[in-house]
Design a protein around this ligand. Structure first.
Ligand SMILES: [Zn+2]
Length: 85
């Protein structure tokens, strides 16, 4: 879309689609634990569509956080996105 051309886009770690930064959730991992981005460390983005695709999403999260605690990551994610909405 032309009107979005100058807005920053970021890639979703799950589907690898690019989206507007404002449409994505910015997250990070601290010591294998998922967290909302607080301005430090390496962050990554998730699109809203992927939030509904739990299976694919959990794999992407485990990869990003180098963790195999799928349930812990998914529970934390739910907490974070609930707070944001
Ligand atoms: Zn996505």
């Amino acid at each position: 879309m032309a009107e979005n051309f100058h807005q920053p886009t970021r890639m979703c770690i799950s589907c690898r689609e690019r989206g507007l930064q404002s449409d994505l959730f910015r997250l990070c991992c601290v010591d294998g634990e998922l967290s909302s981005f607080a301005g430090i460390g390496r962050s990554f983005y998730l699109c809203k569509t992927c939030l509904d695709d739990g299976k694919k999403l959990s794999k992407a999260l485990m990869r990003q956080c180098r963790s195999n605690k799928r349930e812990q990551l998914m529970n934390k994610l739910k907490e974070i996105i609930t707070d944001d909405r």
